[in-house]
Design a binder for this molecule. Structure first.
Ligand SMILES: *[C@@H]1O[C@H](CO)[C@@H](O)[C@H](O)[C@H]1NC(C)=O
Length: 247
């Protein structure tokens, strides 16, 4: 193929028949040879360009899929009293309990890694907010169960705001207060597929339950013996203590 290309190129230069029989003529053969080496050089460059572009595209894919995700780390110290409660300043203890988190934030979801607290109560957990599906999943790492509830946009900041919050927390921890929420397990979920890709990945293979806010449940009396646990976390400017009870 290369030979043909160069023969026609030479033909245009007026070498005509000589070029076509070049292989048998030592003089033109040398001309042909040098032209051929230029050709080989061009071809090699072309090949290298292909390989290089392949490496760049491949590298971008590898970077996108195999490098560790960007994690943001944040710490919040909190008082157990709401800020409007009287006498907070004077009764504030010397040591404030704290919650630490690592969070991965994307356009439409955030995963929060809550480690076991060094002091105080609370289970270690992964909390996933799927902003597209408008769902939140708690994977309790002690019980290895998953709990799903509608995403509460009042409590959970939008991804961009969450990112801003963690940018500030990367510089310095903040002092805040504790808010409680009370959730109750209502039913077991057998088919995780409708919960979306992210929650499916998080909860696949774990017993998964649907929850409701206790205040939203009408006509269900609080049982005398309930199996409850708490997760302390934040996805806003305050610390949330989520209490989950299995009725
Ligand atoms: C969201 O959370 C707030 C504060 O805990 C609560 O008052 C509100 O009812 C919740 N909204 C929904 C839809 O659950």
């Amino acid at each position: 193929m290369v030979k043909i290309a160069f023969n026609s190129a030479l033909a245009q230069k007026g070498l005509g028949k000589e070029a076509l029989v070049s292989e048998k003529d030592p003089e033109t053969a040398s001309v042909y040879g040098s032209e051929s080496s230029t050709g080989r050089c061009l071809l090699t460059l072309l090949g290298l360009a292909f390989i290089l572009s392949g490496l760049i595209v491949g590298g971008a894919c590898v970077y996108r899929y195999f490098t560790p995700k960007r994690l943001y780390h944040g710490t919040m110290h909190f008082t157990e009293l709401a800020p409007d409660a009287a006498g907070v300043e004077t009764r504030e203890p010397y040591y404030l309990p704290r919650v630490e988190e690592d969070v991965e934030i994307r356009d439409n979801m955030a995963v929060i890694n809550v480690p076991a607290p060094r002091f105080g109560e609370g289970d270690p957990a992964y909390i996933l907010h799927d902003f597209q599906r408008k769902l939140t999943a708690y994977l309790d790492l002690t019980l290895r169960n998953c709990y799903v509830i509608a995403l509460n946009t009042t409590v959970v900041m939008a991804p961009r705001d969450l990112l801003d919050l963690f940018m500030q927390l990367m510089l310095d921890s903040q002092k805040t207060y504790l808010v409680h929420e009370d959730l109750v397990v209502t039913e077991r979920i057998d088919d995780l597929a409708p919960l979306g890709y992210y929650i499916y990945n998080l909860c696949d293979g774990k017993p998964t339950y649907r929850m409701q806010r206790r205040s939203d449940i009408v006509g269900i009396q609080k049982r005398s013996v309930e199996d409850c646990f708490t997760i302390r976390h934040f996805e806003n400017t305050y610390v949330m203590e989520t209490k989950i009870c299995q009725a």
